[in-house]
Design a protein around this ligand. Sequence first.
Ligand SMILES: Cc1cc2nc3c(=O)[nH]c(=O)nc-3n(C[C@H](O)[C@H](O)[C@H](O)COP(=O)(O)OP(=O)(O)OC[C@H]3O[C@@H](n4cnc5c(N)ncnc54)[C@H](O)[C@@H]3O)c2cc1C
Length: 381
Amino acid sequence: MSFLTPPFSDEHEQLRQSIRGFIERELTPHAQQWEKERWFPDVLFPKMAAQGLLGLKYPTELGGQGGDYLHESVLCEELARIGSGGTAAGLGAHINIATPPIWKFGTDEQKQRYLVPSIAGELIGALGITEPGAGSDVAAITTRAERVDGGWLVNGEKTYITNGVRAQFIVTAVKTTADGGHHGISFLIVDRGQGVTSSKLDKLGWHASDTATIAYDDVFVPEENLLGELNEGFKLIMANFQWERLAMALGTVGAMQLAYERTAEYARERTTFGKPLSKHQAIRHKLADLATSAYTARCVTYDALRRFVGGEEPLEQVTMAKLLTQRASFELMDECLQIHGGMGYMGEHWAQRATRDARLGPIGGGSDEIMREILGRLLGL
Ligand SMILES: Cc1cc2nc3c(=O)[nH]c(=O)nc-3n(C[C@H](O)[C@H](O)[C@H](O)COP(=O)(O)OP(=O)(O)OC[C@H]3O[C@@H](n4cnc5c(N)ncnc54)[C@H](O)[C@@H]3O)c2cc1C
């Protein structure tokens, strides 16, 4: 089945082949080791940068490739081929959530200081919004930034932050007024340094990624590190959510297709009761369902992407794509594991890793329940 359907052109397909070649040559062979070590090496950032892959959508003046969201979409899908959700997540957090706010809301000076070295793979970024007491309810954050001479003093704690140990700068959401609700949230670019301490967290999947709690203890942040307008940080959060969710859906679409292909291949080869698994109707039907699920996920996601790059604000379609793909992926991975039998459950097998990795989707980047709440509002329910 060809997926050379809009919104992608031949040019994007050529980019896809080149990215896939790089990933399969340079990253995939190490995925197992990084998962075991629960860490992928920082050198991946300059390696990706050397291929132009940390700045596909950024302008050439900043060291980017001068492409757009469609080029970035190809990368999002192909990152699934690493075979390590954690590695894809660590690279993806830098590309899709930490650097875009600087591009969209940063001053020229901030772009030179943070975005240019981030695109070059010389700096690693993280986005710090979630706190122990505030995840889905972003407005409930309590990390405070108090005005002091020349800047702010930050105190508080963030948690579940991707790249939270390795990041050299954290785009951090803080409260800058005592007002409740969405008002009075601002963003500061916080350099790792005095008063910033991180501790890595253990988790079900995404083993190669570094997910951490970050404590800010009287951290001085200079005036010039305010990102965007004071007290208007909620706008920044909302601006990036659409791309973050679309990027998650795209990565999932790539992972689902790959898992289906591998499982179908296995089912053609593995024999039980004198014939290949795929010739047993129960398994054949399961595979037909998996192919349908992977294709449906792709259609919904591409529709949202087409609208997004076309300049619409497709809140409804992006929300549906995020909601549909993340749960569907977990279910698909679980079925792929099942078709592999005991082998699929073994520690080194891709299917058990993919199943664990996929479980994050319905939680991160806005949970399934929050997606349904947004849709409920949009649908006037
Ligand atoms: C591996 C990993 C990486 C992450 N990376 C980052 C990162 O880089 N940066 C960052 O800022 N955050 C990150 N997060 C945090 C993630 O975005 C939050 O975990 C997520 O938003 C959910 O918040 P919570 O965990 O506090 O759950 P809660 O908000 O406490 O929700 C708990 C449960 O209740 C449900 N729920 C909450 N409110 C409602 C409601 N109104 N109606 C119905 N159900 C509701 C939720 O859907 C969920 O199922 C990461 C999380 C994980 C696990």
